[in-house]
Design a protein around this ligand. Structure first.
Ligand SMILES: NC(=O)C1=CN([C@@H]2O[C@H](COP(=O)(O)OP(=O)(O)OC[C@H]3O[C@@H](n4cnc5c(N)ncnc54)[C@H](OP(=O)(O)O)[C@@H]3O)[C@@H](O)[C@H]2O)[C@@H](O)CC1
Ligand SMILES: Nc1ncnc2c1ncn2[C@@H]1O[C@H](COP(=O)(O)OP(=O)(O)O)[C@@H](O)[C@H]1O
Length: 289
């Protein structure tokens, strides 16, 4: 298979388009109507990815984050964010896999991932949960970087060398959505969102300072928060996954720009980016009024 059987038309994602996907709470909303995100992420090896995903989700705005993971990781999440809830319960969407490695997935994590997938709610599938995609029957958006997409397609017998994806990310984003039957947010210097049979969306890249460990873990948290707010809609219309994913990337990129600008155009930490997420969301909310 090749990525580019046809020239792929795309739409550039803009603030105006993204604004339509920001749910501003109404007077009668409460935490459960705003959306609850269940998070199964992190591991003893990568606890920070769980902290960053939860931080990013809470700064994007939603009703609640339920973090379910190893005790030590949950303690790290709570130390940073006491708002997080670490008990089971109803959720509107799940974020799975950041900071995990399928090669050292323990039994407890495997059980949590299985239960989340069986729940039937929309899923963000990141990093160490990408191998579980075939088990999901609910609407899914996966969030690979080029290396992860190359490995994922390779595991399905599709030859997709990393260099080929680097050279034609839009073609491969659309091919991956088609072949894997799930929406794709393909991360890179420019990010692409595609859904099976849906549109291809291009999200302009942020500052290259964004190429730093943890940037993708934060993006997954932003996407999880937006998806939790649109969980029922996505169950009715899975093509909504591509614009929601594109909006998450737009917010993440804008927060990166703001974080860099606050440092005179210089580098920033991912927690610095996270601190600017509310401002980026606020800009879109104002546009949508
Ligand atoms: N603070 C934390 O807890 C953090 C935890 N993290 C967690 O670590 C886990 C492993 O994540 P990872 O992306 O490092 O996977 P990894 O198996 O090395 O990559 C496979 C191959 O892909 C390539 N490649 C890598 N990045 C690429 C890119 N952007 N664009 C294109 N290609 C890229 C690269 O290939 P190469 O360039 O070497 O040929 C690499 O060898 C995961 O669970 C994640 O959530 C991290 O998020 C960091 C912060
Ligand atoms: N050169 C770059 N310019 C702009 N954005 C970049 C660049 N390199 C990486 N990014 C962004 O940084 C994030 C990296 O995600 P990922 O590779 O999953 O990192 P991690 O696994 O460390 O969290 C993605 O959102 C990607 O779009």
């Amino acid at each position: 298979m090749s990525s580019a059987d046809v020239t792929v038309p795309f739409r550039s994602w803009s603030a105006e388009r993204a604004a339509a996907w920001i749910r501003v709470p109404a007077r009668d909303d409460h935490k459960y109507t705003r959306g609850v995100l269940g998070v199964v992420s992190g591991s003893r090896r990568y606890p920070g990815a769980a902290v960053l995903g939860v931080e990013a989700a809470l700064h994007t705005g939603l009703g609640m984050v339920r973090y379910l993971g190893p005790r030590t990781v949950g303690d790290a999440v709570l130390a940073r964010r006491p708002e997080a809830v670490t008990s089971d319960g109803r959720v509107q969407a799940w974020l799975l896999g950041s900071g995990q490695d399928p090669a050292d997935r323990g039994k407890a994590t495997a059980r949590r991932l299985d239960a989340a997938i069986a729940d039937g709610r929309p899923l963000v599938v990141d990093a160490g949960a990408l191998d579980l995609l075939p088990r999901a029957s609910a609407p899914v958006v996966m969030t690979p970087h080029h290396g992860e997409l190359s490995a994922l397609l390779g595991s399905r017998g599709i030859d997709a060398p990393r260099e080929a994806i680097d050279a034609d990310p839009d073609g491969w984003a659309r091919a991956a959505a088609r072949e894997l039957g799930a929406a794709v947010l393909l991360k890179g210097p420019v990010t692409w969102a595609a859904a099976p049979g849906g549109e291809l969306l291009r999200i302009a890249g942020g500052p290259a300072w964004l190429g730093t460990a943890g940037a993708g873990d934060a993006l997954a948290g932003v996407l999880g928060a937006l998806l939790a707010g649109h969980g029922d809609r996505v169950l009715d219309d899975p093509t909504a996954l591509a614009p929601i994913a594109a909006t998450a990337s737009w917010v993440h990129t804008r927060a990166a720009e703001l974080a860099s600008a606050a440092n005179g155009g210089g580098p920033f930490t991912i927690l610095g980016l996270v601190e600017r997420l509310p401002h980026a969301v606020g800009e879109l909310a104002a546009l949508g009024r």
